[in-house]
Design a protein around this ligand. Structure first.
Ligand code: FUC
Length: 791
């Protein structure tokens, strides 16, 4: 009775998911040839890339806390001694001197950030599979399950895989249409020096140590920081029929009917200050549940529990932009044809894939999604797979609230909380109160200036972080959340109150950030010493915008928190002395304090447009001249660029209310990526991972947020429906997008570009201002009620 019920339940879940959204699959007719063809699975903590190769399966595995180095910070206390000299050089236009002085006094003299590393791969070598036919491989986004299927010697084989949210294990189930046909050897492939392979816990166990950058290196540190993370990979293999035996460093399976593999990984990481955890104990606990259970349905139950848990998040939002025949093609072919063939289903697939990736790489209690989410096959991922804070990690979280995934925001909030603590040391290095960080951080929450002044002289990271956590409050309206974030915002304000300085150049004595830069762009002008290609400046537009944002938001938060009047007065006083945005000689929004913008500059960063997105300062109605200037700047900057840059531009064109141009950027971003290494233009890999290139996940998230932004916006205090609908998306339905003010757009169906069904749930009560095409409606709402609105 119980068995039948369970099978019925699994079938019901699968059926209801597939009938609801059966287009939500990435699928291929060939095995992965390279890593960016493999299919990503994850539960926030554990990641797996499944290759689906018949003769030699590779499951590349990750655990989110396997990073080089150990607890440390990279503070340079010489910074405060250099500030006056640097600022003097800036006021005199000797920017090259200022940049050299920043290198001398401020840049980290120790570490520049630690690398995020792989946990290796589990390799399965199959005897006797030499040739195959009828090959099929898929990733089902509705269930977070991958499947490989093929025929060899008249036998049909399948491999079904998932990374369980509730059970913390990576699972692969192998079946064959005939009995006794599954035979293979399983072994680890780990690219570290300290590799040891033992058979413990009744499973294949591998102990590893992170941090060693090459197999031949005898060192045990990275940039002088000792490697402290230890980890244990553990693989349990259970067979029905046949034999499982341990042979040297492998597990051999012969003549089995069905095989189930459970992999888990544990590390000694506890938090950024503490690595005293017991990795082996953690991992054995995850594996023991399966090893000790005699339940013949434990696989089916684990699968059902995984799908149920995953669905709680994934099921929050659906998007239907219409159907088309392209869905009959393998996903890589659809990407190849996307720029010439109308394929709205690929856009909804890509959108849902972005949501899938965020769910799979960012879960409460864990680490924030890094440059690669959690998926990384090497000892040293590009840019170390760290958290770059001058765009990238924030972009990762742009879809979190609007796309109905507020739970995934939690690790980002924890990252901010940790940096707010560790960053006090960085504020102190400038002789300031409060906290800040520079353009990178890592699992150790290092907050110093890294990579030299040209790329890294940017003391404003705290302001961007605060903007994003405040935005979270605008969505969730949760007083408890506000209590958690207010001290972080207040402390950031204290840093900037101390760090901001009066510029003597304009005659207006504006308070500016100095030294800093407009991330990572050098104006195409020489300084007074005749030197060019210098990024170091004062008063960059993005910094000015972020200051206005931080002080404005903190004043609002202070009112809600009942802050004392004297502090609020200080905030208001600072706010009134900040430098305004300026429109330059060719009608552009100036990127710098001076009118240095070059209309031929196509730099990937569009930092000066921050005030439009993700900021909220520039709007069509509120600041029409600046709105126009943003358009001029963005047109000059051009469309094609790195992956994340195009994702940002989708959001910007959406805020510019130009749906057709936003759509053009989606087309650019969904072009097949030509390169796996550095260089070349951005695009999309066969597995729909974004190409910077190389792979960088922020572009996936930026574009996902941009698609939502085309359908609904809520940054002006109003919910604006279909603000940037491309002319080709005539009809459609989106359900579950979140709006600021604590509202959920339960349903928005449009026909011929006009809203047909509009249902809004109010979570926090209060006034609902909603508009479409200039038609405003206002109503009072009660928390928990759904309102139907007609236009
Ligand atoms: C910033 C960008 C680069 C890259 C790196 C990880 O420095 O300018 O393009 O995305 O982060």
């Amino acid at each position: 009775m119980k068995k039948t019920l369970l099978i019925a339940l699994v079938t019901m879940i699968s059926l209801s998911c597939s009938s609801q959204n059966n287009e939500l699959k990435l699928w291929y007719d060939a095995p992965a040839r390279q890593w960016t063809d493999a299919l990503p699975l994850g539960n926030g903590r554990l990641g797996a890339m499944v290759f689906g190769t018949p003769a030699q399966e590779r499951i590349q595995i990750n655990e989110e806390t396997i990073w080089g180095g150990g607890p440390h910070n990279n503070v340079n206390y010489a910074a405060k001694d250099g500030l006056d000299k640097i600022r003097q050089a800036l006021w005199e236009g000797r920017r090259s001197d200022a940049q050299a002085l920043c290198d001398e006094y401020i840049s980290s003299k120790s570490a520049h950030g630690m690398p995020y590393q792989t946990a290796g791969s589990l390799m399965l070598d199959f005897d006797g599979i030499t040739d195959f036919t009828d090959y099929y491989r898929e990733l089902d986004l509705n269930r977070a399950v991958s499947l490989t299927r093929f025929k060899a010697d008249g036998v049909e084989y399948t491999r079904e895989s998932f990374v369980s949210f509730p059970d913390q294990v990576i699972v692969m189930r192998l079946t064959a249409s005939d009995k006794g046909k599954i035979s293979f050897k399983a072994s680890y492939n780990l690219p570290y020096r300290d590799e040891q392979i033992l058979n413990r816990l009744g499973a294949l166990v591998q102990d590893g140590k992170a941090g060693v950058m090459s197999i031949t290196c005898k060192c045990d540190d990275h940039e002088g920081i000792e490697s402290k993370v230890k980890f244990t990979d553990c693989t349990l293999i259970e067979a029905e029929g046949g034999k499982v035996s341990v042979v040297d460093h492998t597990i051999a399976v012969s003549d089995a009917d069905v095989v189930t593999i459970y992999i888990s990984i544990g590390t000694n990481f506890v938090n950024y200050k503490d690595v005293s955890g017991n990795d082996a104990a953690k991992v054995s606990q995850y594996i023991a549940k399966f090893r000790d259970s005699k339940d013949s349905k434990k696989y089916e139950k684990a699968l059902a529990a995984h799908i149920k848990e995953y669905q709680k998040q994934f099921g929050n939002v659906t998007l239907d932009l219409g159907t088309n025949d392209q869905a009959k093609l393998p996903t890589d072919q659809r990407v190849a044809q996307f720029s010439t063939t109308f394929d709205p289903q690929l856009i909804s697939l890509y959108f849902q894939f972005g949501r899938y990736l965020l769910i799979s790489s960012s879960q409460p209690g864990g680490q924030a999604a890094n440059l690669q989410g959690i998926w990384n096959e090497s000892r040293q991922a590009p840019w170390d797979g760290k958290y770059t804070t001058n765009i990238n990690v924030e972009m990762n979280y742009w879809p979190a609230y609007v796309c109905g995934l507020s739970q995934t925001f939690d690790p980002f909030l924890q990252l901010v909380k940790d940096c707010a603590e560790h960053g006090k040391e960085t504020a102190a290095m400038y002789g300031c109160r409060g906290w800040t960080l520079h353009h990178n951080t890592d699992i150790w929450r290092s907050t110093g200036a890294v990579d030299g002044a040209y790329n890294g002289m940017w003391p404003t990271g705290a302001a961007w972080f605060c903007s994003q956590i405040w935005d979270g409050y605008l969505f969730n309206q949760d007083p408890q959340y506000l209590k958690e974030i207010y001290p972080i915002m207040k402390s950031a304000c204290e840093f900037f109150i101390d760090f901001l300085v009066e510029e003597p150049v304009s005659g207006n004595k504006y308070l500016v950030i100095a030294p800093s830069y407009s991330p990572e762009n050098a104006p195409h002008v020489q300084d007074v010493l005749g030197k060019g290609n210098i990024t170091t400046v004062f008063g960059a537009t993005m910094d000015n915008q972020m200051m206005a944002d931080l002080f404005g938001n903190t004043i609002e938060a202070a009112a809600l928190m009942g802050e004392n009047a004297a502090f609020v007065d200080t905030l208001k006083n600072i706010q009134s002395r900040l430098a305004p945005m300026k429109i330059g000689s060719w009608g552009q929004l100036q990127e710098w304090f001076e009118d240095w913008d070059d209309p031929k500059d196509n730099h990937r960063h569009v930092s000066h447009l921050w005030g439009m997105y993700p900021g909220r300062q520039i709007t069509a109605d509120g600041t029409p001249d600046l709105f126009k200037a943003v358009r001029t700047s963005l047109e000059a900057r051009g469309d094609e660029s790195t992956g994340w840059s195009m994702g940002w531009k989708v959001c910007l064109w959406a805020r510019l209310l130009d749906g057709d141009h936003a759509y053009k950027l989606i087309q650019d971003q969904l072009k097949p990526a030509r390169s796996r290494g550095f260089g070349g233009s951005g695009g999309t890999y066969n597995n729909l991972f974004d190409a910077h290139p190389p792979f960088q996940i922020d572009g996936n998230f930026g574009c996902t947020a941009g698609i939502a932004e085309m359908l609904v916006q809520s940054h002006t205090g109003k919910i604006v429906l279909l603000p940037a609908l491309p002319s080709v998306w005539k009809d459609g339905t989106v359900k579950g997008l979140q709006c600021r003010g604590g509202f959920i757009l339960e349903e928005l169906t449009w026909k011929d570009g006009k809203p047909a069904t509009v249902k809004v749930r109010s979570n926090a009560g209060g006034k609902l201002n909603i508009t479409w095409n200039g038609k405003d409606q206002t109503l009072d709402t009660k928390s928990g009620k759904v309102y139907t609105i007609k236009f």
